[in-house]
Design a protein around this ligand. Sequence first.
Ligand code: PMP
Length: 309
Amino acid sequence: MAKMEPAAVAYFEGKYVPIEEAKVSIMTHAFNYGTGLFEGVRGYYVEDENNILIFRLEEHVDRMVRNMNILCMEIDETKDQISEICIEVVRRSGFREGIYIRPICYKSELSLGPKLRGVESSFCCYVITLGDYVDIRKGLDVVVSSWRRLSDNAIPSRVKSTGSYLNSSLAATEAKQAGFDEAIFLREDGTVAEGSAMNLFMVLNGKLITTPPNADILVGITRNTVLELAREELGVEVIERPIGRTELYGCDELFFSGTGAQVAPVRSVDQRLIGSGQPGELSKRLQDLYFLVVQGKVEKYRGWCTPVY
Ligand code: PMP
């Protein structure tokens, strides 16, 4: 029998289908009003195990389910089933490389009217292959955006909602059009929030500083991973506090964290070099440790990795 080529599989309307067959109507509520929420979960292919390890699946599903409550969403699938579907789409795809899983919960009703209660919700999920999303070696050149990060009291920044990515798209587009790699959002009060799709860390006098969970950020799972690894494994003091824009220019190191971005050092902000203009010492140590952990090489954190096959 001929060997089947790997091909992306989706879970849609309760069934596993080839990704090309998973289609929604133009009347879908979420398509019209941005009433969807999702997760982005990475799986790393580990050569010596010939397996894919999904990183922190439980935490992603947990965030998703908590956010569903904010958007008044109820679906048929249980929390355990969501996790199982995330694994199953990868298993059925047959991929043996780095992948990205996108579980989505959305208002699937074909109805008019921007409301949340009483509008039917559904769950779907797909997988694609994905390598590095930004350059994680050279250090990124970033710019403070003229767009403000959406306020948690306007469009909840805490929720990874489809609608909120208009905000991210505006900032990322502006940055790229101006020749930069990424954007940093300020909040309405002028303090720092995060990147377009990543959290931000600053190193100052050996301490690791990041913005707190109530600073209009998406509270990243990578952010929480970095905080834990820095504290527990590298013995670094970590501080969650507001960060001023000009603090960025004078800090020792800066890096982004995110499922897509992973741990990505920043080498300049608004054309001011950070430190020596090279990825900083602590950033590199955390990046190295992060890649060991996601590959399942650190026994203590092996529980964060879910094997697919
Ligand atoms: N902030 C925003 C706006 C994001 O889109 C992301 C990516 N999910 C993050 C932060 C990082 O979150 P995580 O580490 O959970 O991927």
